[in-house]
Write a protein of this length. Structure first.
Length: 262
């Protein structure tokens, strides 16, 4: 039976780069995204370039009912998933109380609830089989408060802590859980949120999605708890421990306000 790597948010950014990297290494894929046409194009390209099997599944993870339907369909088809990559996510920017509630609710549904639902259903199947690997995508933002991107930072903190905790629960059952915490990465992610990436970090510190994916897939073979690509991002992750929290809030808030508001 073919074993698949399932990748959410697979039509752009880090998700697409992860799918391309996995396919180049011979992995069969289940690609999940909102845009059917983009999924079909990417699936055909990966099949042609790598000779792997690629299944496309259209699902808007902001819709809880569609998430349930996706999971039901995967179980009904008895598709074996030995690598789950929960990459899909987005951010809002600006003042939380001035943003629409719908956009903030959708953020929590995609970044947290859909991720947890996939971990629960697919993780349960992995645990029953006694094997499997889960990769959840957080961010270095998950290590610190994020004024002006408050809900996003909180969601990524949740993903970080949830992943570390789930790792301990599933390890005795043969399932490995890792969490990816990239820093600033060139991606449509920022454009969609109206964030000026050139103000977020010096150009030399902005990584390409391809580099993040390559480092991540290389690391998965070692099954680490946390993957933080590049030394400067590791420094960012530990920086909250080096000073008082009030100062951290002020510094990060000033940065995020400058890049996240027009």
């Amino acid at each position: 039976m073919t074993a698949y790597a399932l990748v959410t948010g697979a039509t752009s950014g880090i998700g697409l780069a992860l799918a391309e990297t996995l396919a180049a290494r011979g992995r069969s894929l289940i690609l999940v995204g909102r845009r059917a046409e983009a999924l079909a194009t990417i699936g055909q390209q990966l099949r042609s370039a790598n000779g792997v099997e690629v299944i496309e599944r259209v699902c808007d993870l902001a819709d809880a009912q569609q998430v349930t339907q996706l999971l039901d369909a995967l179980e009904a088809e008895a598709l074996e998933i030995d690598l789950l990559v929960n990459n899909a996510g987005f951010t809002t920017s600006g003042s939380f109380v001035d943003n629409s509630w719908q956009s903030e609710r959708d953020l929590l549904q995609v970044n947290v609830l859909a991720l947890v639902a996939l971990c629960h259903r697919i993780g349960r199947r992995m645990a029953a089989a006694g094997r499997g690997q889960i990769l959840n995508v957080s961010s270095v933002s998950g290590f610190m408060p994020g004024p002006w991107m408050s809900n996003y930072a909180a969601s990524k903190s949740y993903v970080l802590i949830f992943s570390e905790s789930l790792r301990e629960e599933l390890a005795p059952r043969g399932v490995s859980v890792s969490v990816l915490c990239p820093g600033t990465t060139r991606s449509p992610f920022f454009d969609k949120a109206g964030i000026q990436i050139e103000k977020a970090a010096p150009d030399a510190l902005i990584m390409s999605a391809t580099d993040v994916a390559r480092i991540t897939v290389d690391a998965l073979a070692r099954k680490p708890a946390i993957i933080i690509p590049r030394f400067h991002n590791k420094l960012l992750a530990i920086s909250p421990r080096l000073g008082p929290r009030w100062l951290l809030r002020k510094v990060v808030g000033a940065l995020y306000r400058s890049v996240a508001t027009q």
